[in-house]
Ligand binder design. Structure first.
Ligand code: HEC
Ligand code: HEC
Length: 309
């Protein structure tokens, strides 16, 4: 009996030791790998500042991708989406995690915004997740924007360049050792840093299901509806919020026509007459998407394998 107890003691001590080593290891690794600098050539992109380019950029930024949800100023999420893109910051503290969640000012102010960045550096930040000095961006979801075509990223940069420069000092994004460790071991999801872009990127032909997939890769739909679009509980939602609907053919959409889908996205009322609450399903953000683009999204969703959350 004494012997068994002794062995249990040794095993427990070894386990505790291992856990301590793993935690210290993650903390050290997290600090060492946080916002590392990469020496990479910048892929050449020139802002499309033609009226069509700026309009295309505005459409992508405001209606499809909703960059303002993070970079916009405002109290409520929906206000931020359409608010001025002057950045925002907030101190956070959740259990062992604390820091300052800060999204940069995207206007062309030279001291507090992107005024001194080249077009290509802005495009690289969006698609590759590195700032103008090659420092890794840790929250900016560049992996989602990696597939943006050259003309579309040029249009986005053109739109950002067209914004009135606004002076708005934003502190740097900062995080304590636990946040850094969690980022390093992928607790908050995969890294946003992507492979370098070295050759022309194009998008699929407009109106096709493939083009719908291209748009769904950029828009925030999958954040709530899931990577496989089967719906389920929305991440970080208040308790009691409705789950996101299943958008695959296993859900209600299987019985909708393309016109019915477009009408739902435009009016927030489904073909069966159910109203979608904008606070949970932010349809007003997407309601100005073109018929062609919504039609392409519908075609893509109908082609998905039926799936359950
Ligand atoms: C989920 C929130 C989120 C979304 C959505 C988002 N960003 Fe960011 N972005 C950030 C954060 C946070 C940073 C800086 C900190 C970091 O990631 O390390 C950043 C950094 C950037 C930078 C680099 C600026 C600098 O001063 O370092 C650019 C440019 C940028 N974002 C543009 C965009 C554009 C354009 C969109 C929409 C296509 C967009 N972002 C969508 C959160 C977001
Ligand atoms: C912030 C989370 C969120 C985002 C972003 C979001 N949705 Fe939703 N969506 C929901 C929720 C939650 C519901 C269910 C609402 C309800 O039951 O009232 C829903 C419902 C729907 C419905 C109704 C389906 C049905 O069977 O009634 C459609 C269609 C839809 N979303 C499409 C989209 C598309 C397309 C996008 C991206 C362009 C998108 N959603 C982005 C959360 C979201």
């Amino acid at each position: 009996m004494r012997k068994i107890l002794k062995w249990i003691g040794i095993v427990l001590a070894a386990l505790v030791g291992l856990i301590i080593v793993a935690v210290i290891g993650s903390l050290v690794y997290g600090s060492a790998s946080f916002k590392r600098t990469y020496d990479r050539p910048v892929y050449e992109i020139q802002a499309d500042t033609s009226p069509e380019g700026v309009a295309r950029g505005e459409y992508l930024v405001r209606t499809v991708i909703a960059c303002g949800g993070c970079h916009g100023a405002g109290e409520e999420d929906l206000e931020k989406v359409s608010g001025p893109l002057v950045g925002d910051f907030e101190e956070f503290s959740d259990g062992p995690f604390s820091g300052v969640f800060a999204t940069p000012n995207l206007t062309s102010d030279r001291e507090t915004g992107l005024g001194d960045w080249t077009d290509a550096e802005i495009a690289r930040a969006i698609r590759e997740g590195l700032d103008n000095e090659g420092v890794e961006l840790v929250v900016m979801p560049s992996a989602e924007f990696h597939g943006l075509s050259d003309p579309d990223v040029a249009a986005i940069v053109g739109y950002l360049r067209s914004l009135e420069p606004v002076r708005n000092e934003i502190p740097p994004f900062s995080a304590n050792a636990f946040v850094k460790a969690a980022l390093a071991i992928g607790l908050f999801g995969p890294r946003n840093l992507t492979e370098p872009i070295t050759a022309l990127q194009t998008s699929p032909p407009s109106g096709t299901a493939e083009y719908g997939g291209y748009l769904l890769g950029l828009a925030p739909c999958a954040f709530c509806h899931g990577e496989n679009f089967a719906g389920g509980p929305v991440p970080d939602a208040e308790p009691g919020s409705p789950p996101a609907a299943n958008l695959t053919p296993a859900g209600e959409l299987a019985g909708w026509t393309e016109a019915g889908f477009i009408m739902t996205m435009r009016t927030g009322a489904t073909p069966s007459g159910r109203g979608l609450d904008n606070d949970f399903m932010p349809w007003t953000v997407f309601s100005n998407m073109t018929d062609v683009d919504l039609g392409a999204i519908y075609k893509y969703l109908q082609m998905l394998p039926p799936a359950e959350p």
